[in-house]
Design a protein around this ligand. Structure first.
Ligand code: B12
Length: 345
């Protein structure tokens, strides 16, 4: 791209940036971002109004099966490089305290909290970014060593919330205030409220919260009394048995499933695992809407890959029958089945 044609406004830049991601053109994407900085666009805007929405669009293209996993990986790698280039270009002087930003254990979506980390840095915080999947014990010992004023924890997948809760509690026990964020807590943060932890919808709100320690610590307690009924713990204990049972029934009722290749079998086991994990997480926060939202998402993902709705209906029916004595799981499964297209309500 020549200087004369380089976009200097974010609106126009968005489309061009996505084209660079589609072409896997790392240099062009980086030049575009740095060009915007040179044209006077603040670094925070480049991160949040260019890179972040482009990544969301990458996700939509993957979900619609327009982009392969390889194309998504290439695009994400480039966005990570762009974030690094923008931060290196800005290099703000730290004037505030120390913040650690990390992904929950088992969470591989490191780019969203990386954007949060860079925005905090731009706003004067001394930030250590620990990246993807940090084990709770290691995080806690790091917080002590680093003498952190706050920790920001990311969770992109609702099914990881039970683990997220363990990590939040571990940080709390070491008396470091916690703020959480990411799609995993629900678009309105309702599952963060359920866990009793401060939540920020985006990086600027996270920065404001962290600057106000009293607000960060003044959070209503979680509402998790229902966990006493042991339903969540039993579901977790029975995870493998549930997956094996659903797979056996699928093979019995759908002849084609008996001829699955190893890769198809792997994908099916992984999908069944996701169903059980989302169900367990919905039971953990006692909110069936988490499960119905997941079912609607799964219908779209599998539908765009030519997988019929029956492939979801069957395991939901199976789990419904096996878990009939689990009232909260059974309710979520019934609502999940009702959310399937073509199912009479
Ligand atoms: C890139 C990507 C990946 C990469 C991540 C690599 C990396 N380095 O980050 C990889 C390949 C690892 C991946 C894996 C998976 N992914 Co993925 N992924 C994405 C994608 C396309 C982009 C993520 C991103 O950068 N988003 C941009 C950020 C900026 O958006 P954001 O989350 O809204 O962030 C803002 C706020 O939420 C908030 N925020 C975010 N984090 C935090 C943290 C804190 C502390 C705070 C305060 C605020 C905050 O601030 C941000 C900026 O304002 C998303 C699509 C999407 N819409 O996000 C899917 C997406 C999140 N992935 C999805 C899925 C399903 C998966 C997999 C399960 C796929 C699979 N079958 O294996 C695995 C799970 C891996 C795991 N265990 O973590 C789904 C989740 C759907 C659901 N129902 O939950 C999505 C939504 C794709 C889709 N459209 O369906 N993924």
């Amino acid at each position: 791209m020549t200087a004369a044609t380089a976009p200097t406004g974010l609106g126009e830049a968005h489309t061009v940036y996505l084209d660079h991601l589609a072409d896997a053109d790392e240099y062009a994407a980086t030049d575009l971002a740095i060009g915007l900085l040179d044209a006077g666009v603040p670094a925070e805007r480049v991160l949040l109004d260019l890179v972040a929405p482009a990544q969301a669009e990458v996700g939509e293209r993957w979900a619609r099966n327009e982009w392969s996993v390889a194309q998504e990986h290439a695009a994400t790698h480039i966005s990570e490089q762009v974030v690094a280039a923008v931060s290196a270009h800005a290099r703000p002087d730290p004037t505030n305290g120390r913040v650690v930003v990390a992904c929950m254990d088992g969470e591989w979506h490191a780019l969203p909290p990386r954007l949060v980390a860079e925005v905090l840095r731009l706003r004067g915080w001394q930030v250590t970014f620990l990246g993807a999947s940090v084990p709770a014990a290691h995080l806690v010992s790091y917080l002590h060593r680093y003498d952190a004023d706050a920790v920001a924890l990311a969770c992109a997948l609702p099914m990881r919330l039970p683990y997220a809760h363990q990590m939040i509690e571990a940080c709390r026990r070491s008396d470091v205030p916690v703020v959480v964020g990411g799609r995993g807590f629900g678009a309105d943060g309702r599952w963060a409220r359920r866990l009793g932890v401060a939540w920020a919808p985006d990086a600027p709100s996270a920065a404001e919260l962290i600057a106000d320690e009293r607000a960060l610590r003044r959070v209503p307690p979680g509402q998790l009394a229902h966990l006493a009924d042991d339903e969540y713990a039993s579901l977790v204990r029975r995870r493998s048995e549930l997956i094996d049972g659903a797979l056996a029934e699928l093979r019995e009722r759908v002849p084609a499933a008996r001829a699955y290749t190893a890769a198809q079998l792997d994908a099916t086991v992984s999908d069944l695992g996701h169903i059980v994990d989302f169900l367990a997480a919905a039971v953990y926060v006692d909110d069936a809407s988490m499960f119905t939202e997941f079912v609607q998402w799964l219908v779209e993902i599998l539908g765009s890959r030519g997988v019929p709705v029956g492939a979801i209906a069957l395991p939901l029916e199976h789990f419904g029958a096996v878990l009939r004595d689990f009232p909260r799981a059974a309710r979520a499964l019934a609502l999940g089945r009702a959310a399937l297209p073509g199912v009479a309500r």
